[in-house]
Design a protein around this ligand. Structure first.
Ligand code: M6R
Length: 614
């Protein structure tokens, strides 16, 4: 996602900034920019779309000689397209205050119209620029106000998340930083400070860092720093020593991106649903599909297409949209869809699901629908990707870059968005406010519940160790957890290279049960839901044939231990949302299993993160 680097100290700022921002390139971004102080008391800024190398091409010899303070940013678009105007840093009207912002200012529109009425002019479509003007407005209203105080008042006024670095041309000896649910740390050097959204950007210069907490600000000069909260309480925090190297830092201290991304799932869900639920009215507000809301009201059928994990998220969506959205749904493997002669009907809507937004088969399925004049929607993570651009409307996932080849946080985010879509369509049809509230309240609790599962990672690792000798696995689930069984098997095979098959548990007796014996374990997803008793029958059948069983069950279900002692408990939630929880232990199991086999789980053999060829 977006990256921030800020510098103040004895060196020329620009080379340090560019060097720092390059170490954040692994996070993915679509544009970059910097702003540095100059001897003349003005700030110079340059921006470029694309790689940091494009920005470097714009740097002239004289830029390098500029001042000793500056800020730099790589942007991962959320509000507004990928353009130079939307790239950071953003400034106020006078070009005095320059800021880089990570996160989302949720109520920026309220401020933007008010500020425009007061004469502020905006150069970008971003929420971040509004913050620069809001700070300027506080200073305009009280010219004696110190910039740090104007920043504090502005931050108290807005709602949302931020990692913030601000440079004031009138006070180039000071850098201001702030954090709220978007990481920011301060590297403490000898006569210099480096602010960064990620430790990898400071490691070359110092290993001493001070972490900002949510709701805190920092004011830095080359020789000192002060930290305080938004109520102006001073915070005395000692610096800590980083023991990571750069590669470890990029993984947030985790041994692999895959693990980092599993651990990020609670936050990813928060980011995917933030600002999209109008709790009181039980309504869903998906900005990207607002323009086609009426068409969706009249839609008669939804066709969902995707590949791999994205297809399986769509398959969970099929169950949700039919049960709660009240609309017929057909899920399609994009790679098959493109070669059939699909028959579209009046009122059809095509929904494509893709993390990368670049998957060739999914693009081909989309093209088929577009050619037939069908309304197309996308659920996509990468902003500005081909699918995002080619669909008529869509919903961004906002989960940040997924680097591990095995898709994890993208899956749960896609399922969460499909749940929102189900409520939205349901409310357009016959879903009551009460039901909508029940679903959205429970969806909002999912991040907390996920954290409880993540805490069991060590116990899951032990199970992965116990089952190391096996080379065949069956994954079984029913109804909402049938796609989860398929996803569990896909995860295990792609990163462990062991044979794993997912089945609907009801299909067992139609063939797969023939494989069961003591050397063929089954992983059964059996939360306490409407098909629980059926799952118990399946497990009894497996046990009767000496098949080892691991079960994912609901907390409190001790009776399940009569069938097997290898139980992973997940918290209770609504049946339709159980996939969001049940998949996490399966991801962790696959991760530990692969690592224990000594494999490179982030880059499994023969696979690519984005499959842009057929
Ligand atoms: O970028 P996409 O979501 O369109 O990618 C689709 C599949 O290629 C992807 O989910 C793949 O199956 C992953 N390796 C699964 O972990």
């Amino acid at each position: 996602m977006c990256g921030i680097v800020g510098y103040i100290g004895k060196q020329k700022a620009l080379p340090v900034l560019i060097d720092g921002i390059k170490s954040l390139e692994y996070r993915g971004y679509d544009s970059a920019g910097f702003a540095v102080s100059t001897a003349g008391g003005v700030v110079k800024s340059k921006k470029a779309v694309g790689r940091v190398s494009n920005l470097e091409l714009k740097i002239e010899e004289k830029d390098i000689r500029h001042g000793n303070a500056g800020i730099c940013h790589t942007r991962w678009a959320t509000h507004g397209g990928v353009t130079e105007e939307n790239a950071h840093p953003h400034s106020d009207c006078k070009g005095e205050l320059w800021l880089c912002h990570n996160g989302i200012i949720e109520n920026y529109k309220d401020f933007k119209s008010d500020l425009a009425r007061r004469g502020h002019t905006f150069k970008s479509e971003t929420d971040s620029e509004v913050l620069a003007h809001l700070i300027e407005e506080f200073k305009t209203q009280d010219p004696a106000l110190a910039t740090e105080e104007a920043v504090r008042l502005a931050l108290l006024s807005v709602r949302g998340t931020y990692g913030l670095a601000l440079l004031d041309s009138k006070n180039p000896g000071t850098l201001i930083a702030a954090r709220n649910f978007s990481p920011l740390l301060i590297g403490v050097g000898d006569g210099e400070y480096i602010i960064a959204s990620d430790a990898s950007a400071v490691l070359k210069h110092t290993k001493n860092v001070v972490y900002l907490d949510d709701g805190e600000m920092a004011v830095l000069t080359p020789k000192s720093h002060k930290i305080f909260d938004l109520k102006r309480n001073t915070i005395n925090r000692k610096s800590e020593e980083l023991t990571w190297d750069i590669e470890e830092a990029q993984k947030g201290g985790n041994p692999h991106f895959m693990l980092k991304e599993i651990l990020e799932e609670p936050e990813a869900i928060e980011n995917s649903i933030r600002g999209r639920i109008v709790a009181k009215e039980g309504l869903i507000k998906l900005g990207g599909i607002l323009a086609v809301e009426e068409k969706l009201r009249n839609a008669k059928r939804i066709l969902i297409a995707g590949c791999g994990t994205a297809y399986l998220a769509g398959k969970v969506g099929e169950y949700m949209l039919e049960e709660y959205g009240g609309i017929p749904v057909k899920i399609e493997l994009a790679s098959e869809f493109r070669y059939r002669k699909p028959i579209f009907r009046e009122g059809d809507v095509m929904l494509v699901v893709s993390q990368s937004g670049e998957t060739a088969d999914t693009l081909a399925a989309l093209a088929e629908a577009k050619q037939k004049g069908v309304l197309s929607l996308g659920i996509v993570n990468v902003v500005g990707s081909t699918i995002a651009r080619q669909t008529d409307a869509g919903v961004y996932q906002h989960v940040g870059p997924e680097i591990g080849v095995a898709s994890t946080k993208a899956f749960t985010s896609q399922v969460a968005i499909l749940a929102l879509l189900s409520v939205m369509l349901g409310r357009q049809r016959d879903m009551s406010v009460v039901m909508a509230r029940r679903i959205t309240e429970e969806l909002s609790r999912i991040p907390e519940l996920m954290k409880k599962i993540i805490k069991q990672s060590e116990a899951i690792k032990k199970l992965a160790k116990k089952y190391q000798p096996y080379r065949d696995f069956l994954f079984l689930g029913r109804k909402y957890n049938y796609p989860v069984a398929l996803e569990g098997a896909l995860k295990l095979k792609e990163i462990s290279y062991v044979h794993a098959e997912g089945f609907s548990a009801g299909e067992m007796k139609h063939g797969p049960i023939a494989m069961i014996d003591k050397s063929f374990p089954s992983i059964c997803i059996a939360p306490s839901d409407s098909v629980y008793e059926k799952m118990v029958s399946n497990m009894e059948e497996i046990k009767a044939r000496s098949g080892p069983i691991i079960v994912i069950a609901t907390e409190g279900n001790k009776k399940i231990e009569e069938i097997t002692k290898d139980v992973i408990y997940i918290p209770k939630t609504l049946e339709m949302l159980t996939p969001l929880l049940a998949v996490v232990p399966l991801q962790l199991f696959a991760y530990h299993f692969g690592v224990l086999r000594g494999l490179d789980v982030d880059k499994p053999r023969n696979l690519a993160k984005s499959v842009t060829v057929e």
